[in-house]
Design a protein. Structure first.
Length: 179
């Protein structure tokens, strides 16, 4: 069973109201969205995992622009400007042709990115995690849902992912429940 299917089963996700236009999303962000992430969002839409991790979703609706996946390309442009102005340091091993596209964030200021390199397959994007100030960077060579499942199961740990911020009593809360 895939990690996406395990998350879907564990959270008892309810399918989103309608399918997302993944081709349009890919055009807007300038890269295809990994299949496992698409599968997870199709099964349950966007939402908050463990009361901590906000998944970005296409066209999230009013009041949820901070989790709009289609803004990821714009957010990378802003991040790139911050790299160039030396406000934030990029990861030391980031190739200059790679782009960092955010796909999740937390209330504590962590951002999770797909590292998209020219010609890379969507299902092989490394995942980068940065703290609020961009001073600390983590790297995970995992599928998006493998990382999320590892966080949910307490198997993925780092100095950036503080266990005390997570509410293990609420696995998933859909954004649809908040509107």
């Amino acid at each position: 069973m895939t990690s996406a299917q395990q998350l879907i089963d564990m959270a008892r996700l309810t399918p989103a109201a309608g399918p997302f236009d993944w081709e349009q999303v890919g055009q807007r962000i300038g890269a295809p969205v990994p299949q496992d992430y698409r599968e997870l969002l199709e099964a349950g839409g966007g939402g908050l995992w463990l009361g901590f991790l906000r998944l970005f979703v296409p066209a999230p609706g009013a009041g949820l622009k901070h989790v709009d996946l289609e803004r990821s390309g714009l957010e990378f442009e802003q991040l790139q400007d911050m790299f160039e102005d030396e406000i934030v340091e990029p990861p030391e091993d980031l190739d200059h042709d790679s782009r960092l596209l955010p796909w999740a964030s937390t209330g504590s200021g962590l951002t999770l990115y797909w590292e998209v390199s020219p010609g890379a397959a969507a299902d092989s994007y490394p995942i980068r995690v940065s703290d609020r100030n961009g001073d600390l960077w983590g790297r995970y060579d995992l599928l998006t849902t493998d990382l999320l499942l590892g966080i949910v199961q307490g198997e993925v740990r780092s100095e950036l992912l503080d266990e005390s911020w997570m509410d293990r009593d609420v696995l998933f809360k859909s954004y649809a429940d908040e509107t």
